[in-house]
Design a protein around this ligand. Structure first.
Ligand SMILES: C[S@@+](CC[C@H](N)C(=O)[O-])C[C@H]1O[C@@H](n2cnc3c(N)ncnc32)[C@H](O)[C@@H]1O
Length: 230
C-alpha cells in the first residue's frame, strides 16, 4: 500500500534516488553497505519490522531475502526512493511482505506496541536533536516490550587521524545534503543520548571504517508499561 499525503518531507530526496547508490559507492566504496548488512544477524528473531527512511531499498531487499518470514513496513518520504526500493525486492511472497508508506516519518502515526523491531539506516543524521527528542519517544512506544531498535549511522571517532577524517567528511556531506535536499540538520545529532533517555540500552555494535560508521542494537526493556500489548 502507498499512502501519499503531500507535501511529504523526504520528497526532497527524489532527485537523488537514481544516483544515490553510485554516489555512495564513489564516496565510501562498500563500507556503508557493509554497515547496513551488519544489522541482519540481529533480525533473526524479528517478525514485525518498521523501517524509517528506507531509501533505495537495499536493506529491505537483503532483509526479506535473508529472513523471508518477516513483515516489514517502510515509512519513506520520497516517492522516487520507494520506486527504486520496490524494484529491488525479490518477486513473489517475500516482496508481498513489504508495505511502503509514503509519509513524513516525524508526523506519521504509529500503533502502540505494533512492532518488535525498528530499523534506521543513515536516517537519524538527517535531523537536529530537537526533532529527534520529539519523535523518538513515539517510536519507542511503537515497540513491543523487549523490542529492539537497530541503527546504522555515521559517528565521530574520538581522536587521531580517524577523527580528523570524519570531521572533514561530515562537513562535506552536510554541505552537500543541505544544498541538495534542504536538510535541516547541520551536524550529527547526539541520537545515542536520546536513545538512552527513552530507556534504550546498547546491547551490541560493530564498527567500520576506523569507527566512522557503526551498526548498533538497542534493546528497550520490558519495564515500559505503556508498551504492553492490548
Ligand atoms: C540519507 S538517506 C538514507 C537512505 C538509506 N536508509 C540508506 O541507508 O542509505 C535518508 C532517507 O530518508 C528519507 N527521509 C528524509 N527525511 C524524511 C522524513 N522526514 N520522512 C520520511 N523519510 C525521510 C529520504 O527520502 C531518504 O531516502
Amino acid at each position: 500500500m502507498l499512502w501519499a499525503d503531500q507535501p511529504v518531507a523526504g520528497s526532497a530526496f527524489d532527485k537523488l534516488a537514481r544516483p544515490y547508490r553510485w554516489l555512495e559507492y564513489l564516496a565510501f566504496g562498500r563500507a556503508l553497505e557493509g554497515c547496513r548488512l551488519d544489522l541482519l544477524p540481529w533480525l533473526g528473531g524479528a517478525r514485525r519490522i518498521l523501517t524509517f527512511g528506507e531509501g533505495d531499498g537495499r536493506l529491505v531487499a537483503a532483509l526479506v531475502r535473508r529472513w523471508p518470514g518477516v513483515r516489514v513496513d517502510c515509512v519513506e518520504g520520497s516517492a522516487a526512493m520507494i520506486e527504486q526500493a520496490r524494484a529491488r525486492l525479490p518477486q513473489g511472497e517475500a516482496g508481498a511482505r513489504v508495505n511502503f508508506i509514503q509519509a513524513d516519518a516525524l508526523g506519521h502515526e504509529l500503533p502502540v506496541a505494533g512492532y518488535d523491531t525498528v530499523v534506521t539506516c543513515f536516517f537519524l543524521d538527517c535531523f537536529p536533536r530537537e526533532d529527534l527528542a520529539g519523535w523518538m519517544p513515539r517510536v519507542a512506544v511503537a515497540l513491543r516490550p523487549g523490542g529492539q531498535w537497530l541503527v546504522a549511522e555515521f559517528r565521530q571517532p574520538a581522536g587521531g587521524w580517524a577523527a580528523w577524517r570524519a570531521r572533514v567528511w561530515l562537513r562535506a556531506m552536510y554541505f552537500f545534503f543541505r544544498h541538495a535536499t534542504a536538510l535541516r540538520a547541520r551536524e550529527l545529532p547526539d541520537w545515542e543520548a536520546e536513545m538512552a533517555v527513552q530507556g534504550g540500552q546498547c546491547a551490541a555494535w560493530a564498527d567500520r571504517n576506523a569507527g566512522f560508521m557503526r551498526a548498533s542494537q538497542w534493546i528497550f526493556p520490558q519495564k515500559n508499561s505503556q508498551n504492553s500489548p492490548k
